[in-house]
Structure formats: structure tokens, C-alpha cells
Design a binder for this molecule. Structure first.
Ligand SMILES: Nc1ncnc2c1ncn2[C@@H]1O[C@H](COP(=O)(O)OP(=O)(O)OP(=O)(O)O)[C@@H](O)[C@H]1O
Ligand SMILES: [Mg+2]
Length: 617
């Protein structure tokens, strides 16, 4: 299980705490507007449907009034058929409007969430690799799924309800005034009483919503980490502890959600109480007016119908505010995601590298420290040039900075000082796509995707032909292995290649880099999981390829690098010596030490075999 580093907390610290104003901020609103603006016609349709549905609800009230005064009170049935026909038409239009409203508004919600997810994903793909050292992947997943869903709910439901309620409220109020100004004034007097608690309590709801979302994201992060390392979890019997930790996360999320719900419930209760007490009061006052013949029974019925519609609309605003606040929290978090700058390498429009790559590489006085540990120099004034077609090896103790050199060549990071040149151009000025196009890399940890072997190799050059893929597979001698698989090259390898052996994963990774047909091939401990014989076979396969392209091989096993044109000895970020195996053995202390340790083993081994042979004899 990975321990929590300070970076995990760094992001949590970066999370903005719930702001004080209850609604969407201008920036959050602008984000939503940006995503809604392409769909003006759909918005218009949704709005028209809303208008239709709401006006029909209001028309029902007039129908009711007419029915009571002309049908029931007068006790005649002459006009009933006409009234009922109108009512029936109103109901039909109401159905039509409701359909349009539900459909178009939901469409908008899904569309916006979809676009938002797509753009957020596109954005995070371009962030610096160091960003991923600071965040838990599970959290990112949560932001892309949960937060966008919240916005979908906002756009796809809440806004529509808000508009509908706004129409019902204003229409209802107008009708109320037309029936009795006096009663309406009594009703309007309580409006501030409703609005003030909404605003005050709304702040609390928003604050709790944000906390609740953060706790959910924590859960996502933990699940992701735990399941990704499931073998370690089980091998170390860590399940019980993980269960406890998870329960903790889960309970925290529950507690946060309960606090949020309590705040919402409180708000709803207070608002409802105020609204319906007012309606009761008005009903009583109205009854007095009917008794003194100032109002008809139909008037009062219609008035109460409108008052209930308007009050219901006003009351559900409190619910809406809750949704709005949850969505505002989500928008805030997504905005935060968009605010992480895309990597410098991806940013500017750069010049292209020379069209034909010769695979010339040079590092000049390169010094580098990782952004998370700026005080610790990992590379110190490294100067190195590699000729086209050269086969260079880098050896040195663990942590010397070997893999870091590859990261810099790929421009995952920029050195603090010094420059790196590829085909004669400073890579800072070159297009990063161009740069990476001419590099084929096999990283220290083989990185396979949970698809077929075929697709994994194809990853190196998506437009390669099937024949080229088979040729790449042949270079790394995959043939024997593929023939024993049920679906051959089309066998699925499982998440990150779990269904393969370490050596098989490595060979597929090499095949992928080979398929890329790069002018510069970077192999980071690419064959260390292979037995000596298979390694020899892969090296033979790579041999003729390596003749025509620049290759840098990192290896601990010196047998791997014996045939390199030159070997660089790196120690604590500094180049200690450069030369062929023979030269280094005679001149360099560190190399000699490494070599004696490794070859002493094999000498002892061969001696042991001699002894046993002697004994047998
Ligand atoms: N992403 C990172 N953030 C901070 N420090 C890092 C990072 N990656 C590596 N380091 C540190 O940089 C130093 C060099 O690491 P590097 O991976 O280049 O070593 P290496 O020579 O490839 O070692 P090995 O042979 O074990 O693979 C190490 O001290 C390591 O702890
Ligand atoms: Mg390494």
C-alpha cells in the first residue's frame, strides 16, 4: 500500500473551502454558459415547452373558478360540456408541454455533462506529469464522473424546475392580484420571511455540499489505490486494515452527507412552515370576505388554487437552492481542474524538428531537480553527446539518475539549467509531438493496457499494418509464447498486463517501441526480467535495428551492455566515466567494482560446476 505522501494533502489543501455567497459565482456561471451556448435552439424549445406547461397549469385555475361559479353555485349543467372541453384541451397542451420540457431539458443536461467531461479529460491529458505526482487518480475519476453528474442534474432538472416554478410563481401572483388585491398583499407580505431563511441557510447547505463531495472523492481515491495494488494488499494480509480505513472514509462521507441533508431539511421545513401558515391565514381572511359577499366562492377557490401553486413553487426554491449549491461545489471543483496549467511542453506552438531524423542527441551541462524536491539535485552538469546510430549504455547504482535522463529526453520535465538537443535543435524550442514521435521508449515498469497483445503493440504506431506488428513481435521472439495462447496475439492481457509474466510484458513493451520505428530508442532495464538466453535472443533480434538508430540502454546487468559502443557510468547524478567495457575495466574504479561483483558470481558459478563435474568424474 502506498503511504500517504505530503502531496496527497497538498491537493486537499488546494481545495477551496466553501465560499460564502450561496449561488454560482461569475466564473462558474461563465463556465456553464460556455457549455450551454452551442445549444441555443434546444434551449429555446425547452423554454417554450416550459412556458406552455406552466400557462396551462395556470389556466386550470381559471377553469376551476368558472366551473364553481357558473356550474356548481348556479346549479345548472348547460355550460358544463364547454367548460370540460376547454379543460380537456388545457390538459392535452399541458401534457405536450410537460413532454417537451422533460425531454429537451434532460437532453441539455446530458449534453452539457458530456461536453464538460470530454473537455476536462482532454485538459488533464495534457497536464504535466508532475501534476500526477500530486493527485490521487481516484479523485480525478470522481471529479470527472460525480461532479459532471451533479452539473447534469442541475442543468437537466433543477434549472427547468426553477424556471417552471418562477413562471408558476409569477403567473400565480398575477392571477391572485387580479382576483383580490387585498388578499394578495397579505400573501406578498410574507415573501421576505421566506427569502431570508433561504439565503441564510443556503450558505450552510453549500458549505456542507462541498465537504460531502470532497469526502466522496476521498473514497474514490482510496478504492483506486487499494484495488490497483490488490496483490500487495492480499500478500501482506492487509485486508483488515484496509477495511477499517475504508470504513472510516465511508463513514466520513456519510457524516458529511447527513450534515448536508440536515441543513437542507431544516431549510425546507422552515420555508414550508412559513409558506403554508401564510396560506392558512389568507384562507381565513378570504372566508371572511366571502361571508361578507365581497368575493364569490369560485373566486376564493381559484385564489387558493393559485396561492397553493405559487407557494409550492416558492417552497421548492429551497430544494432548488440545495441542488444549485451542490452543483456550484461541483463546478468549482471542475474549474479548479481547468485551472491547472497544461504543461509547458504542450503549450506553445513550436517549430518542427528537421524532417529527417538522424537521431543525434546531446545534453549540455544539464542540471535537474524534481519539482517536488527542488533542493535535491538529481542530475548535476551532465554533458553527453550521442552520435547517430550509436549504441550507448548507462550504468550506475540505483537512484543515480538514469531513468531521470530518459524523462528529460521525453520532456516530461525541463532541466533547471543546461540544454538538451535532438537532431541539432534545443528540445525546448521544438514541438513536443515531433520530439516524442522520433523516440521509442521502453520504461522501467512495463506499461500495458487491458486489451489484447495485438492492440498493445499497435499502441506504438496506430496506423501500422498487421504485417508490421507481426514483424515487431518477431524481433522480440514472441512467436513461441503466442502459439501457446488460446487466442494467440489477440489474447487479452488483463489490467496492466496482470495475466502475463514479467518477461512477457517486457517483450511486448519492446515490440511496441520497435513498431514505432523511432530514430532514437530508449530502453530502461527493458530486458532485466528475461533469462539470459531469452535476453540474448531479444538482443540478437534488436541488433540489426540498433545499427541504424541511436539507442540508449540502461541496465544493471553488465552482461546486457558489454557490446555497447560506449558505456557511461553515472553516480549520484554525475557522469563518472565514459568508455568501452575494456577501457572502463582498466580505468574506472566504480565500474570495475560493479563488474567484479557481477562477474565474480558467474566465475564462482562456473567454478562450482567444475567442482561438481570433478566430483561426478
Ligand atoms: N517523480 C519523482 N519525484 C521526485 N523524486 C524522484 C522522482 N523520480 C525519481 N526521483 C528521485 O530521483 C533520483 C533518481 O531517480 P532515477 O529514477 O533517475 O534513478 P535510477 O538511476 O533510474 O535508479 P534505478 O536504477 O533504481 O532505476 C532518485 O533519488 C529518486 O528518488
Ligand atoms: Mg531507473
Amino acid at each position: 500500500m502506498r503511504e500517504k505522501s505530503e502531496h496527497d494533502f497538498a491537493l486537499q489543501e488546494k481545495r477551496p473551502s466553501g465560499r460564502n455567497h450561496p449561488l454560482l459565482s461569475f466564473k462558474e456561471f461563465a463556465l456553464l454558459k460556455h457549455f450551454l451556448s452551442p445549444y441555443k435552439s434546444k434551449i429555446a424549445l425547452a423554454f417554450l415547452s416550459l412556458l406552455l406547461a406552466s400557462s396551462m397549469v395556470l389556466a386550470l385555475g381559471s377553469g376551476l373558478r368558472y366551473l364553481i361559479d357558473n356550474g356548481l353555485v348556479e346549479q345548472t349543467s348547460e355550460q358544463l360540456p364547454t367548460i370540460l372541453t376547454y379543460l380537456g384541451m388545457a390538459v392535452g397542451l399541458l401534457a405536450l408541454g410537460s413532454f417537451g420540457r422533460t425531454y429537451y431539458v434532460a437532453w441539455l443536461g446530458e449534453r452539457v455533462a458530456n461536453d464538460l467531461r470530454r473537455e476536462a479529460f482532454q485538459h488533464i491529458l495534457q497536464l504535466e506529469v508532475s501534476f500526477y505526482e500530486q493527485i490521487r487518480i481516484g479523485e480525478l475519476i470522481s471529479r470527472l464522473t460525480t461532479d459532471t453528474s451533479l452539473i447534469q442534474i442541475l442543468v437537466g432538472t433543477s434549472v427547468a424546475i426553477a424556471i417552471r416554478n418562477l413562471l408558476l410563481l409569477s403567473g400565480g401572483v398575477i392571477m391572485m392580484i387580479s382576483i383580490s388585491t387585498k388578499l394578495s398583499l397579505y400573501c406578498l407580505a410574507v415573501v421576505p420571511l421566506v427569502i431570508i431563511p433561504i439565503v441564510l441557510l443556503g450558505r450552510r447547505v453549500r458549505h456542507h455540499s462541498k465537504l460531502s463531495q470532497d469526502r466522496l472523492a476521498d473514497i474514490g481515491g482510496y478504492i483506486d489505490e487499494c484495488l490497483n495494488q490488490i496483490r500487495t494488499v492480499q500478500a501482506f494480509n492487509h485486508e483488515a486494515i484496509d477495511k477499517l480505513i475504508f470504513r472510516n472514509y465511508s463513514e466520513n462521507a456519510f457524516a458529511a452527507a447527513v450534515k448536508r441533508s440536515r441543513a437542507r431539511a431544516l431549510m425546507a421545513a422552515i420555508v414550508m412552515t412559513l409558506v403554508f401558515s401564510a396560506v392558512g391565514l389568507v384562507l381565513w381572511l378570504g372566508a371572511l370576505d366571502v361571508a361578507s359577499l365581497q368575493l364569490t366562492a369560485g373566486d376564493l377557490s381559484a385564489f387558493i388554487f393559485y396561492a397553493v401553486v405559487a407557494a409550492g413553487a416558492a417552497g421548492s426554491f429551497s430544494e432548488l437552492f440545495g441542488d444549485l449549491q451542490r452543483a456550484a461545489g461541483a463546478t468549482e471543483r471542475l474549474l479548479e481542474l481547468f485551472s491547472f496549467p497544461i504543461s509547458a511542453a504542450n503549450q506553445q506552438q513550436k517549430r518542427s524538428l528537421p524532417i529527417t531524423s538522424r537521431g543525434i542527441l546531446a545534453m549540455h551541462n544539464v542540471s535537474f531537480a524534481y519539482p517536488s524536491h527542488p533542493e535535491r539535485a538529481v542530475l548535476k552538469k551532465v554533458t553527453l553527446s550521442v552520435a547517430p546510430g550509436e549504441n550507448l549504455a548507462i550504468v550506475g547504482p540505483s537512484g543515480a539518475g538514469k531513468s531521470t535522463i530518459f524523462s528529460l529526453l521525453l520532456r516530461f520535465y525541463d532541466p533547471q539549467s543546461g540544454s538538451i538537443y535532438v537532431d541539432g535543435m534545443d528540445i525546448k524550442d521544438a514541438s513536443v509531438q515531433d520530439l516524442r514521435n522520433r523516440i521509442g521508449v521502453v520504461s522501467q515498469e512495463p506499461a500495458l493496457f487491458s486489451t489484447t497483445i495485438y492492440e498493445n503493440i499497435l499502441y506504438g504506431r496506430p496506423n501500422a499494418s498487421e504485417e508490421e506488428i507481426w514483424r515487431a513481435a518477431e524481433v522480440v521472439k514472441l512467436g513461441d509464447f503466442l502459439s501457446i495462447l488460446p487466442h494467440g496475439i489477440h489474447t487479452v492481457v488483463g489490467t496492466r498486463g496482470v495475466r502475463l509474466s514479467g518477461g512477457q510484458k517486457q517483450r511486448i513493451s519492446i515490440a511496441r517501441a520497435v513498431l514505432r520505428n523511432p530514430s532514437i530508442l530508449l530502453l530502461d532495464e527493458a530486458t532485466n526480467a528475461l533469462d539470459a538466453e531469452s535476453e540474448q535472443a531479444v538482443q540478437n533480434g534488436l541488433k540489426h535495428l540498433m545499427k541504424t538508430r541511436t539507442t540508449i540502454v540502461i541496465a544493471h546487468r553488465l552482461a546486457t551492455v558489454l557490446n555497447a559502443d560506449r558505456i557511461v557510468v553515472l553516480d549520484q547524478g554525475e557522469i563518472k566515466a565514459v568508455g568501452t567495457h575494456a577501457e572502463l575495466i582498466s580505468h574506472d574504479g566504480l565500474y570495475r567494482r560493479l563488474a567484479t561483483l557481477q562477474f565474480a558470481d558467474s566465475i564462482a558459478l562456473s567454478r562450482g560446476m567444475d567442482d561438481s563435474l570433478l566430483k561426478q568424474a
